[in-house]
Design a protein around this ligand. Sequence first.
Ligand code: ZN
Ligand code: ZN
Length: 242
Amino acid sequence: MYENSKFVKALREYFFHPSWRCNDCGIEIFEDEYFCEDCKSKLPYNNKKICKHCGRKVEVSCEYCSTCKGRLTQVDLARSVFVYERPINSLIKQAKYENKIYLIELFAKYMAPIYFKSYINADCLCFVPMTDKSLNDRGYNQSQILAQKLSEIIQVPVIDCLIKTKDTTRQAKLDRAGRMKNLQGVFKVNNKSAVNGKTVLIIDDVATTGATSENIAKALKDAGAERVCLLTVASVPSKEGY
Ligand SMILES: [Zn+2]
Ligand SMILES: [Zn+2]
């Protein structure tokens, strides 16, 4: 019974993927598109007022928002395609936990123009590593696939230079300070010559508190990276006290 329902699910996945149904409202579409025209126009593009440093949505455009002001940040520049709101938040979760790899490919397509517009000029891309245990449990690293798909479009190589030394799966319940502490020293660079003197672009799905990217950027800078940028599918808006 279980196997059977798994098969039905896989079949349904096949028939609903990706060009026949809008990924938001589910309406039938007939072009090689992921969303219907209506849903596409309503996606939460992060293209209005942003903080020029961390790229988060803000009320008033600024060089440094209240999230990054007064903080020495290791990430030199961050940008994101979307604000972390529906339906993008739900699609990111599906890409991460429900094997919907085609969504990761879609995200990469949206990221490419933002990469070029931001003049990041990266020498290489890197992704957020997982521990072997987490990778075994999930079966794939969505951040790695995202980096690979983007790499194919923008023609910047992905380097597998980072390792994660322990599991930090309880992150979600912690505030920024707690996350920073939890992640301290967790990421290590295992190929320093690959990043020495380079502009490295970290690719990830969501920027929430920024604790992950900050800790990775620190490891990269300690290994000699000259500039570290971050490009994510989505970011949470800047808010006081984060
Ligand atoms: Zn739709
Ligand atoms: Zn900011």
